[in-house]
Ligand binder design. Structure first.
Ligand code: GLU
Length: 322
């Protein structure tokens, strides 16, 4: 991890400091869906679990839309997500945050890092990287082809470069904790061989999700991130960015994924895996859906019917007795 102190504009440094101080004082969780389609039942369960963890800790739960990748956003998805959360009784604290409203903040971080030589332009095409990277399913570690090339900013053959973080050698570490007992192994990865240099600005000009998410967790004072285990490797990339900004990561809990029993594949929004609409068609109401989601991770017996607020009471009660 970087030992060099970050040099950021004052207002940014203050925002980061305030966020890091905030998270040391009180629990603040978040749910951060991308408005790319309707929430599937795995997303709904993640929402429920992160809400539950926040409320059990007596903390806040923020809602943030990860909507930077505009071509992937779907009309109506945002409204659908808000409606689903309300219908389930999962109320969030404070305003709705949208990454698209915070582009200026991410761009300032990006420029500061670039000015200090912590980024380098990369001209490797996706095709080239797909040819040299790990087999399908594994995390592709960037082989560093452009690390030592002279840093030219402008377009070459009509294409702009992407910008990668020059990660210093060392370990990327984070802790996992879940009051509900639903988390993965703590992270402890070698930056160079297991994580690689993360793209912070894509060649198409889009600010990268890892940059935005790392900046958001820190500046919004997020103390605990509860999300699906499919994002465990992404956490390494985000922790690498946080380290570059001089801040340790929040706590994480990467919960289990919900797989389609027919195919064994994890659910995906893109394939339209049945969300609340499908569950309602099957005749389930709010308490039925909460019961189904909670039973799927063993919090209540199968067939339970209860509201989110009742589930909270029940889990709280169970913890007091234990
Ligand atoms: N927006 C991303 C997703 O929906 C990331 C979520 C997160 O960081 O929790 O998969």
């Amino acid at each position: 991890m970087s030992a060099r102190p970050p040099v950021l504009p004052d207002h940014l440094q203050q925002l980061l400091q305030a966020g890091v101080q905030r998270r040391a004082r009180a629990y603040r969780g978040r749910f951060a869906p991308s408005p790319t389609g309707a929430l599937h039942r795995g997303n709904l369960r993640t929402a429920l679990l992160s809400w539950l963890e926040a409320r059990l800790a007596g903390g806040e739960w923020l809602l943030r839309l990860d909507d930077l990748d505009t071509p992937r956003n779907r009309p109506g998805a945002e409204e659908g997500i808000l409606q689903d959360l309300r219908w389930l009784g999962l109320s969030w604290d404070g305003p709705l945050w949208r990454q698209s409203d915070r582009r200026g903040l991410y761009a300032t971080v990006l420029s500061a890092l670039r000015r200090q030589g912590r980024l380098y332009p990369c001209r490797c095409s996706r095709r080239l990287l797909a040819d040299v990277s790990a087999p399908h399913g594994a995390w592709a570690v960037y082989p560093g082809f452009c690390r030592d090339r002279p840093p030219r900013w402008g377009p070459e053959q009509g294409r702009l470069p992407s910008w990668r973080l020059r990660s210093p050698p060392g370990r990327i570490r984070w802790s996992e904790h879940s009051a509900l007992g639903l988390c993965s192994a703590a992270g402890d990865l070698d930056a160079a061989s297991q994580v690689g240099d993360v793209v912070l600005r894509r060649a198409d000009g889009f600010l990268a999700y890892h940059l935005a998410t790392a900046v958001d967790e820190l500046t919004l004072g997020i103390s605990a991130v509860v999300r699906g285990a499919d994002l465990w490797r992404s956490t390494a990339a985000q922790v690498a960015v946080m380290a570059e900004l001089g801040a340790p990561p929040p706590l994480y809990a990467h919960g289990p994924l919900w797989c389609d029993p027919a195919t064994g594949q994890r659910l995906s929004k893109r394939e339209g895996s049945a969300g609340l609409a499908g569950l309602r068609e099957q005749g389930l109401d709010g308490p039925g859906v909460i019961g189904l989601l909670a039973a799927s991770v063993g919090l209540v017996p199968p067939g339970s019917r209860l509201s989110a607020a009742d589930l909270l009471q029940q889990v709280r009660g169970g913890r007091r007795e234990a």
